[in-house]
Ligand binder design. Structure first.
Ligand SMILES: Nc1ncnc2c1ncn2[C@@H]1O[C@H](COP(=O)(O)OP(=O)(O)O)[C@@H](O)[C@H]1O
Ligand SMILES: [Mg+2]
Length: 582
């Protein structure tokens, strides 16, 4: 068995009881099938001597009893063993999902969503096939082969060897076809991933597709991919379509040989008629394992290919290592940047998005970051929330290097509202309560009010219970942003990071909401990113970023007097506002 499959053992080992009893049932049901030809042999040989109703009734009931016995355990075999395979599938999918939760932002930048989803669905199913049918048919094959061959040798070793003459040919065919089938199956799974990714991207990007009138192009692209998928499946179908008839013919040759030699042996009195009939029954039984073998090999190879594709994801290290340290209560919210540099590629060679950031933010202060698009404001806030690790230097929160802190502790202290707001397909209320499921309705309403969203929610058809997304209403950009602010406020973190979170509302609304938030901001450390200078005027400290460096810092008045980048940005925005008013 390929190496990757060993990863399945711990999963199977979690269910020892159903596994053991399932195997026991398997042995019993197979024992019944292997014994049936023996009864047949006795029946024929006994009845050729003399026929009586009594004997007939006896043998008939023996065969029925064996069938009932076999059927009963067959039921339990399937129930228990298939049950284990479903449990393993469930556990594996759970682990896969859980692992996805630990992976870093950079992982999701590298991987396509559709691909990840295809692995969660198709590949995990293929692995399940190994645990269920795979193991079951292997064990069946083994027992039937050993049992049938044993009885065949007991009847006549000569006849058995004749019957097996075609065996090398059969195993050659199985092996040859098996590896070819494996390759073609891999190609199919890969194409399926591509198609999933393409579909997913088109669904998420449907507005862009429509805006650029690319529907036809995308349809053609999809048709091509789909065609290719079909072609790959057909390649597999052709191969496996040829495989089974070929196998059946080889077995047929064996049967013809046995009929010829066996018939002669009966005529010569070397074996009885009953023995010949039983022999045929066994030979027939063997043809099933031969076919099952090809199938099982197929299942294993598909499963191994799929397990490899799952393992690649499971082996992705969470880029951020959890630290051991925790905060001492009460958390003050002091933040210190010590000579921080950062590049997204994670090594010194990549372009530095942040360079030599030295900054101390005292507890309760509000520090604003302004600067052009791409100057590194968002990146800086992500580092405090530790979505990425610094490349050089260190960030300290309450004197702890964030890399040494438990991620959970850090994230419960830092309320991070990112630039891109994301809402789940849940109710508005549940979306706000995302970080604090136990919050009361009152607390949710309070947070919504602080974020300036309560008025909007009152107008929704079902207030806080209104669903967001496909099954409910579509929120405007500004409403989404305020919902994510409310989500952060509800957690009541000592440190609040707002990354240009009011970009989708007009200046007046932004100022009104920030005014409402001022009481919240007063009692905690706040990092406020905005592209509007008018909204950051009141900050204790303003940092102007340019190409990843803090080029100016100080209060609004101080920076205006400097007549540098800040002053010129301010003048430009004042002018724009005035133009807007005209
Ligand atoms: N996830 C990312 N991966 C790689 N580069 C990024 C990523 N996010 C931002 N950048 C780059 O980092 C620089 C700073 O971006 P950002 O922090 O978003 O600036 P701002 O928020 O000031 O507009 C830009 O050059 C941008 O292209
Ligand atoms: Mg930004």
């Amino acid at each position: 068995m390929p190496q990757k499959m060993s990863r399945l053992f711990p999963y199977i080992a979690r269910y020892p009881k159903p596994m053991v009893f399932g195997m026991l049932a398997l042995v019993l049901t197979k024992a019944a099938s292997v014994l049936t030809p023996q009864v047949l042999r006795m029946t024929i040989d006994d009845l050729t001597v003399a026929v009586s109703m009594q004997k007939l009734a006896f043998y008939a009931s023996a065969i029925v009893a064996l069938a009932v016995f076999g059927g009963f355990f067959r039921f339990w075999m399937r129930r228990l063993l298939i049950g284990v395979s479903r449990r393993v599938e469930y556990d594996l999918r759970g682990d896969y999902f859980e692992h996805l939760q630990t992976l870093s932002s950079s992982f999701y930048q590298r991987w396509r969503t559709g691909d990840l989803m295809s692995r969660a669905a198709n590949d995990i199913s293929a692995v399940r096939m190994v645990v269920g049918p795979g193991i079951m048919y292997t064990a069946e094959t083994l027992i039937v082969t050993v049992g049938a061959l044993g009885f065949m040798f007991a009847i006549s070793w000569k006849l058995t060897l004749i019957a097996l003459a075609v065996l090398p040919l059969i195993s050659y065919v199985v092996k040859k076809f098996g590896s070819a089938i494996h390759k073609r199956f891999m190609a199919i799974q890969e194409k399926m991933s591509d198609i999933s990714a393409l579909t997913q991207e088109n669904l998420s990007g449907t507005r862009v597709v429509k805006a650029y009138v690319q529907e036809d192009n995308q349809r053609d692209l999809f048709a091509d991919e789909n065609e290719d998928y079909y072609a790959r499946i057909m390649r597999l179908v052709k191969l496996s379509g040829a495989f089974h008839p070929l196998l059946a013919s080889l077995i047929g040759i064996g049967t013809a040989l046995v009929l010829w030699w066996g018939g002669a042996m009966v005529v010569n009195g070397e074996i009885t008629l009953g023995e010949l009939v039983a022999f045929f029954a066994y030979l027939n039984m063997l043809s099933w394992p031969m076919i099952a073998l090809g199938w099982v090999v197929n299942i294993y190879q598909r499963g191994a290919a799929s397990m490899k594709r799952i393992a690649v994801v499971l082996d992705e290290e969470p880029a951020l290592q959890d630290g051991p340290e925790r905060f001492e209560a009460p958390v003050s919210g002091r933040i210190e940047f010590r000579d921080v540099s950062f590049s997204y590629t994670g090594n010194g060679n990549g372009a530095r998005v942040l360079r030599d950031i030295d900054l101390v933010i005292e507890p309760g202060q509000t520090v604003a970051f302004v600067g052009r698009t791409g100057s590194g404001k968002s990146t800086l806030t992500r580092l405090v929330a530790r979505l990425y690790d610094v490349t050089d230097g260190a960030i300290l929160v309450d004197g702890h290097d964030v890399r040494r802190l438990s991620l959970k502790a850090l994230r419960s202290v830092v309320g991070f509202v990112p630039q891109e707001s994301f809402l789940f397909s849940e109710s508005v209320g549940d979306n706000i309560a995302f970080g604090r499921a136990e919050a009361t309705d009152n607390q949710i309403a309070e947070a919504a009010a602080l974020a300036g969203l309560d008025g909007d929610i009152a107008d929704f058809p079902e207030s806080y219970a209104t669903m967001v997304g496909e099954r409910g209403i579509t929120l405007s950009g500004g409403q989404r942003q305020r919902a994510t602010i409310a989500r952060a406020l509800l957690v009541d973190p000592p440190i609040l990071i707002l990354d240009d979170v009011l970009s989708a509302v007009d200046t007046e609304t932004e100022e009104r909401i920030l005014f409402q938030l001022s009481s919240v901001m007063k009692s905690r450390t706040t990092l406020l990113v905005s592209h509007r200078i008018s909204t950051v005027k009141g900050a204790d400290q303003i940092c102007v970023l340019d190409e990843g460096q803090i080029v100016e810092r100080g209060t609004h008045d101080h920076l205006i007097k400097q007549e540098g980048l800040y002053a010129s940005l301010y003048e430009k925005q004042l002018l724009e506002e005035e133009l807007d008013r005209i």
